[in-house]
Design a protein around this ligand. Sequence first.
Ligand code: KG4
Ligand code: ZN
Length: 317
Amino acid sequence: MNILGIETSCDETAASVVRNGRDILSNVVISSLKEHSRYGGIIPEIASRRQMELIHLVVSEALSTAKLSLKNIDAIAATSSPGLIGSLLVGISFARSLSFAAKKPLIEVDHIKAHLYASFLKTPRNESAPPKLPAVGLVVSGGHSSLFYIKDFKRIKLLGQTRDDAAGETFDKVARMLKLGYPGGPAIDLLAQREKKSPLRFPCAQIRNSYDFSFSGIKTAVLYYLRDNEKKSKLGIDKIAYAFQNSIIKVLVEKSIAACQEKKVKTLLVGGGVACNSGLRKLLTDAAKQCHINVFFPPLTLCLDNAAMIAGLAYHL
Ligand code: KG4
Ligand code: ZN
C-alpha cells in the first residue's frame, strides 16, 4: 500500500510517499526557517504564505521522486493537529481536495504521535526489525514535550507533558539570550559538546510523582546569571551552554526511564527536533543500557518535521 503524506504544521512544507508503513519512496521537505530567523521565532503568516506557494510543487516532487502517479497512491494522509492554524489549513485543505478529486481515502494524522512513529521507518542506515510494542515514547520538539505509553498505534496514552515551555522552545529562548540566533537548539548543542563539566548549576523544577515537565524556571535562572555576571564572569559561553543543556536532558532521561520501569516496558521511542541533541542521545542511550531498555532515536532528518512519519503512521490508522 502506497500512502502520500503531507505535513505543514509549522515552518515546513513536506510531502512523502511511504510503502507499507516502512519503506520511504520519497521524502521532500522545504523549510521557510531562514525567512523567520531575523525575528527570533516563527511568524505564522510568513509560514502559511510560503506553504501556499510551495505545496503543489512539494507534492508533485514527492510523487515524481517515488516514480509514481496519483493513480498508484492508495490513500492520502495529512497532519490535522496540533500546529499553527494557518499552516495546518494549507496542508489539510490541499489533502482534502486531492482526496476528493482523486477519489482516494483521506487519513488525518496527529503530528505528535507521528513523531513517535519515526523510528519505525526504514532508511539506508536502518534496515533492522521495527521496535517492539508496547513502548514508552518521548516527544521533545519546539512546541511539545510529552511522555506517552504506546500499547499500539491506535492506543496511545499521554502520561505527562510540559506545564509551560517545551524543551525545544527553552533551547531557543536561552540561545536568544546568548545571542546564538534561531533556532537555538543546534547551536547550544555544538557549544556544549566542547565541555565535559561546568561549575554552573541551572536547576529545572522537579515535579514529583508526575510525568509532567516544567522548563520555564531554568530560563529565568540563565537570565539572572547573565544579568548578574555580565561583567565579572570569566566563564565562557560553552560552560553556560553545557550546564543548561545538561540540566534539561537529565530531567528528560530520568522521567523517560522511570516511565519505562513503571510501565514495565523494554522499548523507548524518542522523537521531535530535540531528539537530535547529541547530549540527550548519549545520556539516554547509556541510562537505557543500564536498565536493559532498547532506546530508538530516528536519524536526524526524521527527528525534525517531515511527512514520511505522517504517511507511515497513517498506514496503521
Ligand atoms: O520537531 P521540530 O522540527 O518542530 C516542532 O514540531 O516543533 O523541532 C524543532 C525544535 C527547535 O526548538 C530546535 O531548537 C530544536 O528542535 N532542536 C534541537 C536540536 N536540533 C533541533 N534542540 C536541541 N539540540 C539539537 N541538536
Ligand atoms: Zn514536530
